[in-house]
Design a protein. Structure first.
Lengths: 290, 165, 800
């Protein structure tokens, strides 16, 4: 069996202590929560941190709550927690849709919201959801907290705004009481990373789309979002033609690459199809019955 | 570093390398070899055991992360010489062939039934979807878990009644 | 041969088990469900060391130098072994199962990505892995042969320059059938259709990877090897030949095996290296590969590029079948098959149909990929044969505009044609094919499905119905025709009935999950009336079992099952003599009923097997020439293969917007003769059906242009989960084999062989509105989408 290289280990008992440990060990340290992305990389010896800072005891970060008109997901919230949360289901079915297709139930018992955001895999489902919902990511360091919009959080594949001595502590999603939302993913088999995926929320007002968010995964969309398609749809009637056109625009503006999951033009095709489907279900869930 | 982990109800204190994977602690240090491993990448689920009552893939957990926690393995499924209904169900419905994925499958099954004593086929299939079996085509694993649901142990039956009441 | 579909009920033992055939819970499960199996990696010996292998990052490269000094300086490292050291021991190369040689550790150059380069033995497995990183190998990369279709191009890099005089990558050409007759039939035929297809390279991927614990006792010279292997006796002989260790000093133990599927038939370099490691260090050495090593270096399956043609009359009478095959065998020709048949049993490709002529030609080539070809429940390449013919029949149905079920019913062999000799020389033993297909169609509700499909098509919905009818050839095989490396494929078997009437049966074959400990006890029970719980099955240990060729090619029941039956009948005959002596009657006066000999006309007077067993060990005076005790042994040489068959129907829905395929239903009617334990047989079928879904929809080992393996983990090499498999619908017909003592035919690989074309045919059928006639496996969403647009993809090469 593959085994990690030698490491040192520290378990943080508070957020401040975790940050202090990160400050102490700098670039040589990696935070571990669920570990399901980091440990396989360490076993392949592609990731070689010298220090592992375990944050699993920071129970205050494992929380789902509504606060100030926002749905707040603590960084240590397990995927299974999100999936089972009535509060999440009430406000954002897109999160339930997405969580149901992230890995598998046993992995979802360990994997965390913060871990998904920080791993920044180009095919990460929650990143697309965060972008679609224009969530904000709260990052803490010894000098305080700062809030970064999800659409600025990811700076590249496997790269985020989180600095070496910082900790992502929560993800805050504005609640839109009248919005409908949905997530659509095509995968080669259950639990696989997406070939392509699209998530959306839609708010309707006076027969037109008053607000919309579209997130894309695995297709090289900048910041996991489809801003041009959103721009087109805002103010338009949620007709099947307009939703399809939004899909077409989203497909045009992403940059998928060919790999074992499929050629780039297929992925681009999927973006159109899945964006349309996610929008259509969002409209339906918003009571618009597209 | 020194860890103290309760495994199947017994507390063990051992000196381990921080990098040691939990599956190796259980298998090599404690010689509880019922928990297997099959893939390195947390895709196959043959290494599933419980940490604090929840199934996890132990090839992707460091032993030190389990320090102070409770681990339960397949060896603790049978109680007082009596097989768990899940174990009996796997035998009754031919839910295993080579037996390699079986411990992990059964640990997830027991967890599922504890939370949902009467799962339908779809629920069972989803619960075991992160665990690969190459022999059974899953059909008889689903039937085995259904068998266990339909034949709860006496204590379980009582608990289920309490939940309903 | 009258076919009956009901297995007669048998009496039950005190424990409630059938005394003979019938559903019985598996005896081996008692340990498995408690986590008390004993797999290779569970073995821990005092002083045992742990090993790891350094592998090549290149598909083709010259080894300039290997510096092991830093690794050797690691405080926990006990030995670092390279090809150079092995050369001094004459162990750098080992024979393959195809009479080629394979490098144990590369000496001159590496020939595939993942090839074994160095071996480290250390005090623990973490240190062994650490030390791999301390070995410095300088490579000089060479151009790689990745595309099998270019392997024979003039100027292609020569992979096997280790073979003296080798100037190309050609391994063999092999033909079967009558080419002239086939050409004549094709020339006259009203309809001829051709189709190129690839059965891609796949990997059996049992959940347990391969591994070995080797322990050479430096005092006694006894070598004990616990390893993941499907053929312990053949391994013992091979170790004796390769390592020069006297065969009587070698004990091979196959403990519990976590699935084999053909991937654990051969000897891998790691096994030999563990032995060398133990010899060098004087301590037991354990080597267990990780999943990447398993996927990248152990035996793959298939990789057949096939160009088929089928000839028929306009009204759908199939006349002939031709196929040219390019077989990618990887860097060393290591396929397992009888020596006479370099393409295995592929020439069974005429399938289940009555043809006038057939011809196949197979060319094997070297490429810079891992060796193998015959693994993964393929019955020595019957998988490829069945896929070819069942796809060709659907291609013909498409050309003729005929329903594929109707076309099959029109051409299937008729029951009165058996025994039937095919145009390539196989003698099918028995069958009633139309009955099996009709039964499957009834179970599926075939006509309703077609009506539903027609209705759905009007709405643009894509639903497909796929049929596959297969004939398997299993139970290799008659000694005069079939061997592995010169070892004939006959199986020994020994039975001992102890004084109290309890028995032990010793098998040469060994289980990787098939349930031998139960099935073989039931065979003895069936023959002697001893309750199956009183029969202990001993297997997987060469010191304690008779010689035989092992478990693969669905051969355990056809060959060793027959041996178990014959040896039991020998005991029964001897018991008769002893009973006659005890009862003071003539043997001719005795009549057998299950478990007992009694006096004709006086049924009260008799002796049970248990009583006879005690008498045989006691002081009863036995007739002249009759030895005491109730033991017997036999070597069974099968007169022919057995030919199980089946009719499969798959129903799929395809999402026209995404290309995603959902298998909605799968109906499988199997005929493997009488079922010793119907529960176990059904389980074997289920597993193979899942294989079919996996191969048809997702499994693929692809390589990039440099020969880099792109499927080195379960994140990339996808196996079906519970979510992709439907709830299997199984049925049976029963046509006994006329030459097997129990009439049974073997079933382990039937479903793996038969199911892939059913799934593919269903998907292609769903895509009919798009004019799709063929698309290669795996039919991933992307590939389905490409097929819908009339685009084809080379699945074996990296996506462009």
């Amino acid at each position: 069996m593959q085994t990690p290289a030698e490491i040192d280990y520290a378990r943080a008992s508070s957020v401040d202590q975790a940050i202090a440990l990160l400050e102490e060990h700098g670039e040589d340290a990696r935070v571990i929560a669920g570990g399901h992305s980091l440990l396989p990389m360490m076993k392949l010896r592609l990731a070689r941190p010298e220090w592992i800072i375990d944050i699993n005891d920071l129970h205050e970060l494992r929380a789902i709550r509504v606060e100030g008109g926002e749905l707040v997901l603590g960084a240590l919230t397990r995927h299974a927690d999100v999936l089972e949360s009535p509060v999440v289901g009430e406000h954002y079915p897109i999160l339930v849709d997405a969580e149901r297709v992230i890995a598998d139930p046993v992995v979802r018992n360990r994997g965390t919201v913060g871990g998904s955001f920080c791993q920044a895999d180009p095919a990460e489902d929650l990143a697309a959801v965060g972008s679609a919902l224009r969530a904000n990511v709260v990052i803490r360091s010894s000098s305080g907290t700062r809030t970064v919009p999800a659409r600025e959080f990811h700076t590249g594949p496997y790269e985020t705004e989180v600095g070496p001595a910082e900790l992502l502590v929560e993800v805050r999603i504005p609640i839109r009481p009248s919005a409908g939302s949905a997530y659509e993913k095509v995968e080669r088999r259950a639990g696989d990373w997406a070939i392509a995926a699209a998530g959306a929320f839609v708010e309707l007002s006076g027969g037109v789309v008053s607000d919309v968010g579209i997130g894309l995964s695995a297709v090289g969309a900048r910041h996991y979002c489809a801003a041009e398609a959103e721009g087109f749809l805002r103010g338009q009637a949620p007709t099947p033609e307009n939703l399809a056109e939004a899909g077409r625009i989203a497909a045009e503006h992403c940059s998928p690459t060919s790999d074992q999951r499929g050629p780039a033009d297929y992925k681009r095709h999927l973006v159109g199809e899945l964006t349309k489907r996610a929008l259509s279900r969002s409209v339906e869930r918003a009571g618009g019955g597209a | 570093m020194q860890v103290t982990i309760t495994v199947n109800g017994t507390q063990f204190t051992r000196d381990v390398e921080p990098r040691m994977l939990l599956v190796h602690f259980v298998r090599d240090e404690l010689r509880l070899t019922g928990t297997h491993w099959g893939c390195d990448t947390s895709n196959c689920g043959t290494c599933v055991l419980w940490v604090d009552g929840e199934p996890v893939k132990s090839c992707t957990v460091l032993t030190v992360m389990a320090d102070g926690h409770e681990v339960t393995t397949v060896e603790a499924l049978a109680k007082g010489g009596q097989l768990d209904p899940v174990q009996q169900g796997f035998m009754e419905e031919h839910g295993l062939q080579c037996g390699f994925c079986t411990p992990g499958m059964m640990m997830t099954a027991r967890w599922l039934l504890d939370r949902n004593p009467d799962p339908d086929e779809g629920t069972i299939r989803e619960a075991i979807s992160g665990q690969i079996c190459r022999c059974t085509g899953y059909e008889n694993i689903v039937r085995a878990i259904r068998w266990a649901a339909e034949h709860p142990a006496p204590a379980e039956e009582q608990a289920a009644e309490e939940v309903q009441a | 041969m009258t076919a009956v579909d009901e297995t007669p009920a048998v009496p039950l033992s005190a424990a409630g088990n059938p005394i003979g055939f019938g559903r019985m819970l598996r005896k081996e499960d008692v340990r498995f469900v408690r986590g008390h199996g004993n797999y290779v990696d569970d073995i821990a010996l005092p002083g045992m060391l742990h090993a790891a292998i350094l592998r090549s990052p290149f598909a083709h490269a010259t080894i300039v130098s290997i510096d092991t000094s830093a690794a050797e300086a690691h405080p926990k490292v006990k030995a670092v072994i390279t090809g150079k050291l092995l050369e001094t021991l004459k162990l750098a190369w080992m024979p393959t199962l195809s009479m080629d040689v394979q490098a144990v550790l590369a000496t001159d150059k590496v020939r595939f990505h993942g090839q074994e380069v160095a071996f480290v033995v250390a005090e623990d497995k973490y240190s062994a892995r650490d030390a791999l990183e301390l070995i410095d190998v300088e490579y000089e990369p060479l151009p790689a042969v990745v595309d099998a279709k270019k392997a024979l191009d003039p100027g292609a890099p020569v992979i096997r320059d280790d073979i003296e005089g080798k100037t190309d990558n050609h391994i063999f050409d092999w033909e079967a059938g009558d080419k002239a007759l086939a050409d004549e039939v094709f020339a006259k035929a009203e309809v001829v259709v051709s189709q190129q297809m690839l059965y891609p390279r796949v990997h059996p991927s049992p959940m347990e990877t391969c591994g070995t614990v080797a322990s050479m006792d430096p005092i006694t010279g006894k070598l004990t090897v616990w390893s993941t292997n499907q053929a312990p006796h053949a391994h013992r002989t091979l170790y004796a030949i390769v390592a020069g260790i006297p065969e009587q000093k070698i004990q091979i133990i196959s403990p519990d095996i976590g699935g084999g599927f053909g991937g654990k038939v051969g000897i891998y370099p790691g096994y030999v290296l563990a032995v060398v490691g133990s010899i060098v260090t004087g301590q037991p050495v354990k080597w267990v590969e990780d999943r990447s090593e398993n996927l990248m270096s152990t035996a793959f399956a298939r990789d057949y590029h096939m160009n088929g043609s089928i000839a028929a009359t306009r009204d759908g009478k199939i006349l002939g079948l031709r196929v040219d095959v390019l077989a990618d065998h990887g860097a060393f020709n290591g396929t397992a098959q009888p020596t006479k048949f370099p393409a295995g049993f592929f020439h069974i490709f005429t399938g289940s149909y009555d043809l006038q002529a057939a011809h196949c030609k197979v060319t094997g080539v070297y490429t810079n990929k891992a060796p193998g070809g015959v693994a993964y429940a393929c019955s020595f390449r019957v998988t490829e044969a069945v896929y070819l013919v069942e796809r060709m029949v659907d291609v013909l149905a498409d050309e003729l505009g005929m329903d594929p079920a109707e076309l099959r019913l029109k051409n299937l062999l008729r029951p009165e044609q058996f025994p039937y000799t095919t145009k390539t020389g196989w003698e099918y033993d028995s069958g009633d094919y139309p009955r099996a297909l009709r039964k499957a169609m009834d179970m599926a509700g075939y006509d309703q499905l077609r009506a539903e499909q027609a209705e759905k098509r009007t709405r643009g919905e894509l639903m497909g119905i796929g049929i596959s009818f297969f004939t398997e050839g299993v139970g290799a095989g008659p000694r005069k025709h079939m061997d592995i490396l010169g070892l004939g494929m006959a199986d020994g078997c020994e039975l001992r009935v102890h004084p109290t009437g309890k028995a032990q049966i010793r098998l040469s074959v060994q289980s990787q999950g098939q349930g031998h400990e139960t099935t073989f006890a039931q065979i003895v029970s069936h023959e002697l009336g001893i309750p199956p719980e009183d029969v202990e099955v001993i297997h997987g240990d060469t010191d304690n079992t008779p010689f035989g060729l092992g478990t693969y090619g669905s051969r355990s029941t056809p060959v060793s099952g027959a041996a178990a039956s014959v040896v039991s009948r020998g005991i029964r005959d001897k018991a008769r003599i002893i009973a006659a002596a005890a009862l003071e009657v003539s043997v001719d006066d005795l009549e057998w009923e299950l478990g007992r000999w009694y006096v004709k006309g006086d049924p009260e007077k008799g002796k049970t097997i248990s009583e006879i067993a005690m008498l045989s060990h006691g002081v009863l005076e036995l007739p002249e020439g009759v030895e005491g005790h109730l033991d017997a042994s036999v070597v069974y040489d099968p007169p022919n293969l057995t030919y199980p068959f089946g009719a499969y129907i798959c129903v799929v829905d395809v999402d026209p917007g995404t290309g995603a395929v959902k298998v909605r239903r799968f109906i499988a009617v199997d005929d493997c003769g009488p079922r010793i334990n119907p529960m176990i047989v059904e389980g074997q079928v289920h597993g193979g059906l899942a294989d079919g879904v996996g191969m048809a929809l997702m499994q693929l080992m692809a390589f990039d242009e440099n020969g880099t393996h792109l499927g080195g983990s379960f994140m990339d090499y996808l196996l079906p989960s519970s979510m992709e498999c439907p709830s299997w619908e199984t049925g049976e017909t029963v046509t006994p084999s006329p030459h097997h003592p129990l009439g049974v035919k073997g079933v382990g690989e039937s479903a793996t062989v038969g199911s892939p074309p059913a799934v593919v045919n269903a998907v292609i059928d769903a895509l009919e509105p798009y004019g799709v006639r063929h698309a290669d496996m795996p039919l991933t969403p992307a590939n389905v989408w490409l097929a819908m647009q009339g685009r084809q993809l080379r699945n074996d090469l990296a996506v462009p």
